[in-house]
Design a protein around this ligand. Structure first.
Ligand code: UDP
Length: 354
């Protein structure tokens, strides 16, 4: 049976002569897909903090309920176990939709390539349709991977990218490129309010320790007393953004009136070898750095140009790597032995540059 709204209850109370009940303002409702994932779960926290009613959705292929377990007791949070590549139904009003469902580790792309393609193509299409139906504003999570192995450095939003459509990363990169295209088409053709964030490498608590990405890989190896595996010579670069900074940038972008893609990331660039050395220092591990073949199509450099975000959103990252790594290491150290020893990816075969 449908619950009576606060206003109806207040009216009934007034009629019966009972003490006047002030009708509670209905909270604005936000749908966050990929809610049980690393970024999705932090977004759930942020939107709850801002006073929204949050509807989290996840099919739990790569997401983990543990990331949002602390929210289940709240009446302003609900969880829908659903795969967004199937028709998405959410009863009631929606103010915003944030589409963050997708595998996000290069090794996952190999393990579940079709799902990776579907979630950012079919899934995005479903969510755009839902946004249209609800009159909601939608923000989609795009990626620095749309730039591929970039020939322009640092990457500005104006750069069109350098992607191998049929390489191992193509399933992610091309799905995200399609996602941007269909999102922009809904904006121009249907007049839908859309936002596109291009997310660069991000780290922080709740990353999966064994998802194959470099930061959890190195910290996991240090914690287990294994050597740290550097792919290639380690001279490829990345720029790592702490999750709170990223969430702030996304929040501001959602509230802005800009429909074009916006880079959000930390421009502090570092080689993977230097990064490994930082992790050795942070963890105090006595293990060695060992070298493995470089994965096929592994981008050699990556650094966001955030001029646009600075101007448009008055945003720039605040947490430096030393601070962010300390918090992240403390989180990983707190994991159980079982979690620490769980190996999701035992082999890198088929993942090397040929
Ligand atoms: N990498 C590495 N050792 C590992 C895992 C990753 O040297 O155990 C390298 C990888 O080849 C890439 C960089 O670290 O150059 C970042 O990889 P990640 O998978 O975190 O994300 P990407 O930025 O490539 O999507």
């Amino acid at each position: 049976m449908a619950k009576k709204s606060a206003a109806t209850q207040a009216k009934a109370a007034a009629k019966s002569g009972a003490t006047k009940v002030k009708p509670a303002t209905a909270k604005e409702r936000v749908l966050i897909t990929g809610a049980a994932g690393f970024l999705g779960s932090h977004l759930c926290d942020r939107f709850l903090q801002e006073g929204y009613h949050v509807i989290g959705m996840d099919n739990l292929i790569t997401g983990r309920l543990k990331n949002i377990e602390h929210l289940f007791h709240r009446s302003d949070f609900e969880f829908h176990h659903h795969d967004v590549t199937k028709f998405v139904h959410v009863p009631g009003k929606l103010k915003y939709i944030l589409h963050f469902a997708s595998p996000a580790s290069p090794i996952d792309y190999l393990k579940i390539p079709i799902q990776t393609l579907k979630v950012s193509s079919l899934g995005t299409h479903n969510l755009l349709g839902l946004a249209l139906e609800k009159g909601a504003r939608i923000l989609v999570a795009s990626t620095s991977e749309v730039y591929g192995d970039p020939q322009v450095h640092p990457q500005t939003e104006a750069y069109w990218g350098h992607v191998n459509t049929v390489g191992p990363r193509g399933v992610y990169d091309e799905a995200k490129r399609f996602q941007e295209a269909i999102t922009m088409a809904y904006h121009t053709y249907h007049g839908l309010e859309t936002r596109i964030v291009r997310i660069f490498n991000t780290y922080g608590p709740r990353m999966r320790l064994n998802d194959g990405r470099v930061l959890p890989a190195f910290i996991g190896q240090a914690l287990r007393g294994e050597d740290l595996t550097i792919f290639g010579k380690g001279d490829q670069t990345r720029s790592f953004c702490y999750v709170d900074d990223l969430v702030e940038g996304i929040y501001r972008l959602l509230k802005s009136d800009y429909a074009g893609p916006v880079n959000i990331g930390n421009p502090a660039e570092i080689t993977i070898k230097q990064f490994a050395q930082e992790i050795v220092k942070l963890t105090g591990t006595k293990q060695k750095l060992v070298y493995k073949p470089l994965p096929q199509d592994d981008p050699m450099q990556r650094r966001p140009d955030i001029t646009l975000a600075k101007k448009l959103l008055k945003w720039q990252p605040k947490v430096d790597r030393a601070q962010g790594l300390k918090i992240t290491y403390a989180y990983f150290k707190g994991l159980s032995k079982t979690e620490l020893n769980e190996k999701e990816h035992n082999s890198f075969e088929g993942y090397v540059r040929r």
